[in-house]
Design a protein around this ligand. Sequence first.
Ligand SMILES: O=C(O)C(=O)C[C@]1(C(=O)O)C=C[C@@H](O)C=C1
Length: 322
Amino acid sequence: MSDEPVSDAPRYAYLGPEGTFTEAALRMMVPADQAHYLPVIDVPTAIAAVREGEADYAVVAIENTVEGGVTATLDTLAEGSPLVILGETVLPVAFELLVRPGVRVSRIRRVSAHSHGWAQVRRWAHATLPEATFVPSSSNAAAARLLADSSVPADQVGFDAALAPPGTGAALGLEVLADRIADNVNAATRFVRVGRPQEPPAPTGADKTTLVVHLPTDRSGALLEMLEQFAVRGVNLSRIESRPIGERPGEYSFSIDALGHIAEQRMAEALIGLRRTCPVVRYLGSYPAVHREVTPIATGTADADFASARAWVDELRLGRHA
Ligand SMILES: O=C(O)C(=O)C[C@]1(C(=O)O)C=C[C@@H](O)C=C1
């Protein structure tokens, strides 16, 4: 078949089954004829497949405009053997309400979706299906597939309707009772491509660097000092969120996206500053930002500024006061 990938094409693990938003994101990043798609049950399994060498890459959701960070992704990348993010993409997210043919809206009592999917339609569901309760599923597509499985009697499916990505109803022979469902019409999810440690993609001028940082606990102002490592070098942050470390209540790490690339001096200097002052700094990669807006460089923070200032210090060390 023409769209079969060649046998040595890279293997991509992702949240399956076929038809998830994650699969749509993977298709945007790597067409199906250039990769082996390996659908798995959840995000930690997709990431573990890369760590264990069963896959070359994973594509996972990392952030959405309703719920914020996808904690399964942030926490799995923050611990365990090192991995790096190599690229990102953003997908608009809206849902279809699917039922078995003939089921009316008024008969829906239980609706299934992925918990992140449900969070994105909660207001709509409250207004349209006030009596319906939410039944969590491992993915939106998995819920739709179970509903479409004619070998499962209706009273054993566990729910009457599923919320799923656009096109799922037509693909599975389910009835679409509503489409383009989204509490926030601009709802979108950001997905990243993750691989084992390797050289980052070349800087484009519109890049992100993702980090996990633990703060020293023995002094006040540690968060402010950590942020200053970025601020004084003109590095802007596009995301910062705290996650529990899990050892003792009250101990948190920070998951950070900083605008810039490790190949740029201002970012390298910020990383050096973090490494000197924070007990744990995990580098999760530098990669092109999907929005492609060139990151503005503040006065005095371009590579040439660092180079000429360093050359000046080198001269002074040699006693040359030019
Ligand atoms: O269930 C799916 O289709 C998924 O791809 C998962 C997922 C997520 O993990 O956030 C992806 C995009 C949407 O935000 C809702 C759910």
